[in-house]
Design a protein around this ligand. Structure first.
Ligand code: PEP
Length: 249
């Protein structure tokens, strides 16, 4: 299986900047084709990125979406709209959304369900805060997030789900955790998936996110416990992000 690499641009990179970025990033396509690469720009930038990525093998996705089909939800974007834009995946419950927008596990589980209803792969993001890790509560917190995030999934093929383990204290801090710590948590997540999705648990890719860069990336992806990465900061630089991907193939 190809390594999974997702770039989360967050609230950075305008459409104009994306054109310049992709001019550099797409230069060595044969490297990118050996991984399963997806870029997640800010919503209004998706059409520009989609147009430039069409036919390259690099996919595009969204950082978020609403769980309802349609309706009076000013400022929101639906999964149907993302599907129309050709999004391959959508991040569900990124820690920044849990923190700043108070997203609950219940809402996140509905997003996961709604994404699948529109043939978009939900990337369920889970991870403990620094205080929770210090208090030795990281396992309990992550078990709960996985259980609740997948609670509406019983009849849905697990193949179409990705779980991203992202310890909040490693996101955007430049301080990645030790690979052993990430593998340990990935194994824990796998055991919860076996419990909640007995028929498809083995095929759900588990990826790591949190200060991954072109230097440390290879130490996380072992092709066993962890099959890819979710990258924020390093994905903003097309050359470094390209180098990061090259380390995995
Ligand atoms: C993220 O936003 O999911 C992330 C992992 O960010 P960073 O790589 O900057 O830590």
């Amino acid at each position: 299986m190809k390594p999974i690499v997702i770039g989360n641009w967050k609230m950075n990179i305008t459409s104009q900047e994306a054109k310049v970025y992709l001019g550099t990033f797409l230069r060595k396509l044969e490297v990118l084709k050996q991984a399963e690469v997806t870029l997640c720009p800010a919503g209004p930038v998706i059409p520009t990125v989609a147009q430039m990525l069409e036919g390259t093998g690099v996919a595009w996705g969204s950082q978020n979406a609403h769980w309802e089909e349609r309706g009076a939800f000013t400022g929101e974007v639906s999964m149907e709209i993302l599907q129309d834009l050709g999004c391959r995946l959508v991040l569900c419950g990124h820690s920044e959304r849990r923190k700043w927008f108070k997203e609950s596990d219940f809402e996140i589980s509905r997003k996961v369900e709604q994404a699948l209803a529109h043939n978009i792969v939900p990337v369920l993001c889970v991870g403990e805060t620094f205080d929770e890790r210090k208090a030795q509560k990281h396992e309990v917190v992550v078990i709960e997030q996985v259980r609740k995030g997948t609670e509406r999934l019983s009849n849905i093929p697990a193949l179409a789900l990705i779980v991203a383990y992202e310890p909040v204290w490693a996101i955007g801090t430049g301080q990645a955790i030790e690979p052993e710590q990430a593998w340990e948590m990935a194994r824990l997540i796998r055991s919860v998936l076996r419990e909640v999705l007995p028929s498809g648990a083995e095929s759900v890719p588990i990826i790591y996110g949190g200060s991954v860069n072109e230097i440390n990336v290879a130490s996380f992806v072992d092709g066993d416990a962890i099959s890819g990465v979710l990258v924020g900061g390093t994905s903003l630089d097309p050359e470094k992000f390209h180098q990061l991907i090259a380390q995995l193939i």
